[in-house]
Design a protein. Structure first.
Length: 94
């Protein structure tokens, strides 16, 4: 099952770099016992092909994050701030 946050937003129109998003992930996951695996990609093109295909079918091009196969993916180009990255992580895991 895939879940998306921000799927109806413009693609790649925001100001969070991959490194900034990774810093948020590191801060959050560093002390989180039992944290899911969280990977940051710069854009949707960095996601695995099966997830990209499903997103295409679902029309979720502007997704900020996705939960698939027990893993959280954060798309930094679609995040509006580092706070948005944190919100996306929490959305994807709950």
């Amino acid at each position: 099952m895939n879940r998306y946050r921000g799927a109806d937003l413009p693609v790649g129109k925001n100001d969070v770099t991959r490194d900034q998003a990774q810093s948020v992930v590191d801060a959050v996951a560093g002390n989180w016992k039992g944290a899911p695996e969280i990977e940051v990609v710069e854009n949707v093109g960095g996601l695995p092909a099966d997830i990209r295909s499903q997103m295409e079918r679902d029309g979720a091009h502007g997704a900020k994050g996705v939960y698939a196969n027990g893993k959280v993916w954060i798309v930094s180009d679609n995040a509006t701030s580092t706070g948005d990255v944190l919100t996306t992580i929490m959305h994807e895991v709950t």
